[in-house]
Design a protein around this ligand. Structure first.
Ligand code: NAP
Length: 259
């Protein structure tokens, strides 16, 4: 299926690794020109080179922290009028809410709620004027089923989800959609780091814990970031113009509810 986005431009945030990288790779395969952002230059340039080699797409790499005004300004300077915006950032750390300070909360809300809102604000009117836009926010399955130790994430992402629900019905008339994709457990650096902490607390090896966790997923395995990227590319497609304000769960069957 040709997704009808060849020649479009995309700004993919937090894209040197993991799910953001998966989205960038899948969009590049569809002939989209990319600007990818992450803080660490080395991994970012490696990823840019890999995407160019695999797809032939044009890729601009911007080393910037998307959670800061300066980082967003640098990203938007490199790609001022994206047709596609993928909002993403690192997730907040796990912990007990009794230990979190106001500064911890501000950091989580900055990265996982206000940064995507600022990026939407900076790009959505141009998309409306040009008559095409696709905005995808990478959130989490914790929006549907909160994860106890990830209270900072549960809260900040729910705030973003509520905001998106309010505006996504205003833009769709102009062929600009805004949707969220909710990952379950994907085998990325983030997941490994979280599981290493859990394994240590449980006095287990990381390998044993990963094996047990993957078997507990109804699919019997962790998700592959490439699967996530392909869903993102579809949500960004010309064909997906009639879907907006939705929360797409991709979790190998983990969420147990009927709806
Ligand atoms: P990952 O493998 O650790 O990759 C994170 C990427 O984001 C890296 O490229 C990182 O590069 C970049 N990044 C982090 N903070 C950034 C910032 N402030 N500005 C710019 N770039 C930034 O993580 P992931 O697993 O793909 O997770 C992506 C998001 O999905 C996270 O918010 C995570 O909490 C959420 N999520 C993941 C899972 C999962 O199973 N993997 C499940 C639910 C939710 P630099 O560090 O160099 O900046």
């Amino acid at each position: 299926m040709d997704l009808g986005i060849r020649g479009k431009s995309a700004l993919v945030c937090a894209a040197s690794k993991g799910l953001g990288r998966g989205c960038a790779m899948s969009l590049a395969r569809e002939g989209v020109r990319l600007t990818i952002v992450a803080r660490g230059l080395e991994a970012l340039e490696r990823t840019a080179a890999e995407i160019r080699a695999a797809t032939g797409a044009g890729v601009t790499a911007v080393a910037a922290d998307i959670a800061t005004p300066e980082g967003r300004a640098a990203s938007l300077a490199a790609c001022p009028e994206p047709d596609i915006l993928v909002n993403n950032a690192g997730g907040p750390p796990p912990g007990d809410f009794r230990d979190w300070t106001r500064e911890d909360w501000i950091r989580a809300v900055d990265a996982n709620m206000l940064a995507p809102i600022e990026m939407i604000k900076a790009t959505v009117d141009g998309m409306i004027a040009r008559g095409f836009g696709r905005i995808v926010n990478i959130t989490s399955n914790s929006v549907k089923a909160p994860i106890e130790e990830l209270g900072l994430s549960n809260a900040a992402r729910s705030g973003l989800t509520g905001f998106v629900a309010g505006i996504a019905r205003k833009t769709v008339r102009h062929n600009v959609t805004i949707n969220n994709i909710l990952p379950g457990q994907f085998l990325t650096d983030r997941l490994r780091t979280r599981m290493a902490v859990n394994a240590q607390a449980a006095g287990q090896s990381l390998e044993a814990l990963l094996e047990a966790r993957s078997r507990a997923i109804p699919a019997g395995r962790f998700g592959d970031p490439a699967e996530f990227g392909d869903l993102c590319a579809y949500v960004c497609s010309a064909q997906a113009a009639f879907m907006t304000g939705q929360n797409f769960l991709i979790d190998g069957g983990t969420y147990p509810g009927t709806y």
